[in-house]
Design a protein around this ligand. Sequence first.
Ligand SMILES: Cc1cc2nc3c(=O)[nH]c(=O)nc-3n(C[C@H](O)[C@H](O)[C@H](O)COP(=O)(O)OP(=O)(O)OC[C@H]3O[C@@H](n4cnc5c(N)ncnc54)[C@H](O)[C@@H]3O)c2cc1C
Length: 469
Amino acid sequence: MTRQASLPPIAVIGAGFSGTMAALQLLSVLPPERPVLLCERGGSFARGLAYGTGNPAHLLNVRAANMSAFPDQPGHFEDWLARGELSGKGPDAGVAATPAGTFVARGHYGSYLTELLTGAVTGLVTGPGGPRLRLVPDGVVDLEPRAGGFLLRTEGGQAHGVAGAVLAMGNLAAAAPRSRHSLDPWSPEQFGRLHPHAPVLVVGTGLTMLDAVASLRAHGFAGAILALSRRGLLPNAHAPTPTWPIPDLKPADFASLTRLLARIRAEVARAEAAGVPWHGVIDALRPLTDTIWRGLPPTERARFLRHLRPFWDVHRHRTAPPAAATIAREIERGALTVRAGRLLAVEDEAAQAVVTLRLRGARAPERLGVQAMIDATGFGHLAQNRDPLLRRLSERGLVRPGPFGLGLDAGADYRALGRTAGEGAGPLWVLGPLLRGVLWECTAVPDIRNEAADLAGLVATSLDRAAAA
Ligand SMILES: Cc1cc2nc3c(=O)[nH]c(=O)nc-3n(C[C@H](O)[C@H](O)[C@H](O)COP(=O)(O)OP(=O)(O)OC[C@H]3O[C@@H](n4cnc5c(N)ncnc54)[C@H](O)[C@@H]3O)c2cc1C
């Protein structure tokens, strides 16, 4: 193939961790003639939802040792941290060394990613057609199929012809708020407007709830917090754990959920007899989780989602020990109450929402006035999604909901699957938490970094083939 001066770019939509890593990996495998457009509608590139926080109590929930951005350089983030003094952060600020490992403020991780991206933008990678990495600080609202690629349109009215696109837009946003007193856990600056003592309800008791409590306290809220979820389970904390070998699971072990559970329980018993806590077994399962998820029959996956998911989440998605200690202190002094139950109804009044709750073990529903409700239940479904790009792609039949309505559907090659079963959407790929129904383990750095590298290779091969055809 004769190379042109410049080939149409590939677009990456969303510049959180997934989009940033997809862009960097693409730059390393695409020919220099093929630019990468990295599009972001939020205020800043690289940080995304997770790493834009300036609250030092918002710690990474994964050990620093496992947070390298690159699969082939496991010590990359720790080396960056060790150089921290050079960039003026000081070695101790926002760095908690615990017996279970070192946990760092998420804002520092955002600075690490920003440095990686800035390095790529400032001329390290330039092609014949100009800079190879072009930042587009605008929301993408449409991808219109055109000439084997797409015409990408932005909120601000820009249009770019692109050879393909990677959707790295993070989790689907939650459904519309249930009350006009609802607050978004991801916009904690709103918490500063709260009355310091009137009660607040947090719906959800997972990692987002822990974050919300830290944000409420950082914004001067001193009152009572009730955290409610179906099971009332709190995330476990990381613990010092020797490594445990990857369990030798056979396909027969995940033919049913009951068998799988029995097999994992037996593995935990064996580990504990050898002095390794359950944490080691859960960590050892990580490389197998996708195989297990794909191998479980659909009825068993549905059973998992209905019954077991909250238990799995609190064991698998653990929190940093200092964050767990803060929550334990909140509970001990009676400032935070964590309950199992259901939110039955919400009635808005002028200054408060009156919520009706059925708490587990209570004889009758209970009504409670709260000045604010924070929805920390997680994320939404494609059908409820209000994002203009996803709506358009959905209307055009270019994407469809993933298995069990989780995220988007995609093939093993990360290609989005469209309305008709088996029909690929063309040069459109998906990365990150949007793949939840397909991959299961696709929401955290240690998985996304591998997936970004894999995806970049597949995109490069596909674009090369298309250019040669
Ligand atoms: C609070 C929190 C803490 C976490 N902590 C950890 C941790 O400690 N360790 C870990 O491994 N994982 C952690 N995670 C998991 C996290 O999901 C991943 O690490 C990673 O940040 C996911 O990044 P993302 O780019 O896929 O999504 P996001 O960070 O959500 O980024 C998506 C980006 O896409 C942009 N976007 C969306 N739609 C458009 C559009 N149409 N046009 C242009 N831009 C668009 C958004 O503005 C956003 O910036 C955490 C997650 C959260 C929410």
